[in-house]
Design a protein around this ligand. Structure first.
Ligand code: HEM
Length: 427
């Protein structure tokens, strides 16, 4: 499980079916691999499933932010942040997304080699910084990227050990590296908060919303700096790492499937005629959307979600005891031949409205579901499509021959060795 979780989980599903039990020291894990069970855990019975363990560790980085908090506190924070993610608001972010994508695209030179993963990380970081915090963080991208990689790696370290949290309190080299990296990320986040407190005013972005938010139902107080830090750190990380991975895998897949790439080009050229895209253009890009959906099927940026059962739960006649950990894996579910025949094949046609209607809804859940569904889902679709359309208007990305492709499932599904690609002029 620790060494190669994707193969391990897939093996469990293949060997034991829809419900697999894994005793692990003092913990018992269950892997659920059926759309009905996914719905039960995330939606129908969500009250019986808390985020719990795993998050105790995420909390070391994210504190009590939207992703990690529970209960009434989570509800309140979600309510406060929600306006920043309303449809019209997200549509307004489209212009910033396109401007940043075009600027990065225009910096590339034909015939040069880029690391698509690094490029996409820097781009999505800049976009989340500008849209939600009205801040320019692009010049810090390299440092932030390195700090992030370190924090993620230390999550990997001992992730599935029952005493993982204790290990992290000891002054081991990995722990010390983690703390240093967290301090680097904190520096940026606290700087943004402090700058905004000083300049004051409502800039209409997420940071203003959080700063001005008053808990009218509670004690009427505002958020403390620590609360703000936790929320900001959460959105900052959740809002760029995931989309960057989705984009990176999409470039890789397009490079391997020239016929799909050609259709994307035709659609983009017809819809935009060389213009930079805006939110209004997205309905004109249905095939490009199918490509992105299929890419997140094969390479779901969030490859697993976990919950802890509060009370016992009846799963198809098996009793799952209270306190068990239940895992739902997008990676294994999205590659299940029952819902996705010939699952390893990249085929965007799986996402025509007709084909989608033939499958159970919860066979595909890259953004989760229920009350804890990704708050940034619309944001991510908009960003993915705008970035794809803007960059593919000008360039074709070709995989550097023999570049190794390997999956690194830590918190998100990253390419282990990056993805080195050659930039090729389309016309
Ligand atoms: C392709 C891109 C993305 C994917 C695949 C993704 C996936 C997910 C998933 C699966 C969850 C639910 C986790 C669970 O149930 O345990 C989640 C939650 C969350 N995501 Fe995303 N996400 C993406 C982009 C974004 C963006 C762009 C933002 C913000 C700008 C964001 C912010 C969040 C937050 C704050 C939560 C926690 C929501 C809550 O618990 O109330 N995500 N995401």
């Amino acid at each position: 499980m620790g060494r190669d979780p994707l193969t391990f989980l897939t093996g469990l599903r293949d060997q034991y079916g829809d419900i697999a039990r894994v005793p692990l020291g003092p913990e018992t894990l269950y892997l659920f691999s059926h759309p009905d069970l996914v719905r039960d855990v995330l939606v129908t019975n969500h009250r019986n499933f808390h985020k719990g363990r795993g998050l105790e560790r995420a909390k070391m980085l994210l504190g009590e932010g939207l992703l990690t908090s529970e209960g009434d506190f989570h509800l309140r924070q979600r309510r406060l942040a929600q306006p920043a993610f309303h449809r019209q608001r997200v549509a307004a972010y489209g212009a910033t997304m396109a401007t940043y994508a075009a600027a990065r695209r225009d910096r590339w030179r034909a015939g040069t080699t880029i690391d698509a993963h690094q490029e996409m990380m820097a781009l999505t970081l800049a976009i989340v910084g500008k849209t939600l915090f009205d801040a320019d963080v692009e010049h810090e991208a390299a440092e932030i990227g390195a700090a992030l990689a370190t924090t993620f790696e230390s999550f990997h370290f001992g992730f599935f050990l029952p005493f993982g949290e204790l290990l992290e309190r000891l002054p081991l080299p990995a722990t010390l590296r983690f703390r240093k990296a967290r301090a680097r990320l904190d520096a940026t986040v606290y700087r943004l908060i402090e700058e905004r407190r000083r300049s004051g005013g409502d800039r209409g972005d997420l940071l203003s919303m959080l700063l001005l938010a008053q808990d009218t139902e509670g004690d009427g107080g505002r958020m403390t700096d620590l609360q703000l830090r936790d929320e900001a750190m959460t959105i900052f990380l959740a809002g760029h790492e995931t989309t960057a991975n989705a984009m990176t895998w999409t470039w890789y897949l397009l490079s391997q499937h020239p016929e799909v790439e050609a259709r994307v080009h035709t659609e983009i050229d017809a819809a935009l005629g060389g213009r930079v895209p805006s939110a209004d253009d997205l309905p004109l890009l249905p095939y490009t959307r199918m490509v992105l959906a299929e890419s997140m099927r094969l390479y779901p940026p969030a490859w697993i979600v976990g919950r802890r059962a509060i009370g016992p739960f009846d799963a198809n006649g098996y009793t799952i005891p209270a306190r068990s950990i239940v895992l739902l894996s997008q990676y294994t579910m999205h590659r299940d031949a029952r819902w996705f025949p010939d699952p390893e094949r990249f085929d965007p046609e799986r996402f025509t409205p007709e084909r989608q209607a033939e499958r159970p809804k919860f066979a595909y859940f890259p953004f989760g579901s229920g009350p804890r569904v990704c708050i940034g889902e619309q944001f991510a679709w908009m960003e993915g499509l705008i970035l794809l359309a803007t960059i593919a208007q000008r360039w074709r990305l070709r995989l550097v021959p023999d570049h190794p492709i390997a999956l690194q499932p830590i918190i998100t599904l990253r390419p282990k060795h990056g993805i080195r690609m050659i930039v090729e002029e389309r016309r």
